[in-house]
Design a protein around this ligand. Sequence first.
Ligand SMILES: O=C1O[C@H](COP(=O)(O)O)[C@@H](O)[C@H](O)[C@H]1O
Length: 341
Amino acid sequence: MTEKIFFGTYTKKTSQGIYQANLNETNNTCSKPALICTLSNPTYLNINRYQQIFAVVKDNNLGGVAQLNLNSHSAEITEQIVASGAAPCYIGIDNQRDLVFSANYHTGVVRVYRSTANQPFKLLSEKKFSGKGPRPEQEASHIHYADLTPDQRLTVCDLGADRVYTFEITAAGTLTHEQVFETEAGFAPRHLVFHPNGNFAFLVGELSSQIAVLKYNALNGTFSQIQQLTTIPATWDKHNGAAAIKISADGKFIYVSNRGHDSIAVFAWDQEKLHLIQTISVAGSFPRDFAIDPTGKFLLVANQESDNATLFSRSIQSGQLAYLQKDIPIPEGVCVKFIQD
Ligand SMILES: O=C1O[C@H](COP(=O)(O)O)[C@@H](O)[C@H](O)[C@H]1O
C-alpha cells in the first residue's frame, strides 16, 4: 500500500512550487519528492472531497488561493482568486457545504469561498478582524487559522489579538453569531485541533510555546480553558516559535512542532489532563508543519530551513515517535498533506 504526500513550500530560494512523494507502508520509506506544479509560494495546501487541491499563492504584489486539479503525476491550476496584498497562510475545507476558508496573517482577513465539482471557484464573503496583544509581534490582528469545529461552526485563531473566535456560517457563506474566547495575554494562538469526541480542543500558542486545553460547548460555540502547559523544556532559553498541532485519530495523543528547539513534543491525553511523554529532535531546522498519515503509523515533518523532511514511525499504543528516514530532500517545506493512494 502507498500513500500520496504533498508538500507546500516557500519559493524564496530553490523551491519551485508543490512537490509530491509516496509513502510505502510496507517498507516504511518515503520516495524522493518531485515537483508536480510550479507555483509561487504555495505555503499551505488543503484537499477537498473532489480531490481538488487549494493552495496559497503569492506572486509579487498579489496573494490568494489557487484551485488545482490533481492528475496522476501533476497538478494543474484550474482557477485562482487573488487580490493585491499579502497572501493567506492557512486554508480550511468544509466538505459538507463545499466551502473553502482562507486565513490571512498579514491583513487580518478571513475569506469564505465556494468550490464544487462543476461550478467556478467563487469568493462568497470576507471578514476583517482587529485587535492587538502585548508582544511586539502582536501589533495588529494576525489571523493564522480558520477551519471547522466538529459541529460545523468556523473557528478562527487571531495570533495578534490573543483571541479564538467561533461563528455560524450561513448558506450564503457569511459568518454570524460571533463568540470570542480570550487566551492569556501574549499566548498568540496559532492553530487548534479538536478531540474526536467534540468536547475538547487543544490550542497552540506560537509566541508563548504553550498549549491550552479548552473545553468546547457545542450548545453555543464557546470555549473555556482547563489547562495550560509548555511545549519546550524549561531549560531552553533561545528563541522558539511553536507551529503545528495535530491529534491522533483516537484522540489519545497530541503532537506540536517547535521551531527553534527543532523538536516534536508528544503529549498524552487521559480524558482530563494532558501530559508530556516525549520530546524528539526533528533532525533538521524549523519544523513549520507535519502530518500524521491516514494509518496513524507514521508522522512526517517538513523542516523549512534545512530543506529536508523527517519520517517517524508512530506507535499507535504509546504515541511515541522513532526515526525511519531523516534526509528526504524537500526545499523550503512548510506544509505536509497525506492522501491514501
Ligand atoms: O508561523 C508563521 O506564520 C506567519 C504567516 O506566514 P506567511 O508565510 O504568510 O508570512 C509568519 O509571518 C510568521 O513569521 C510565522 O511564524
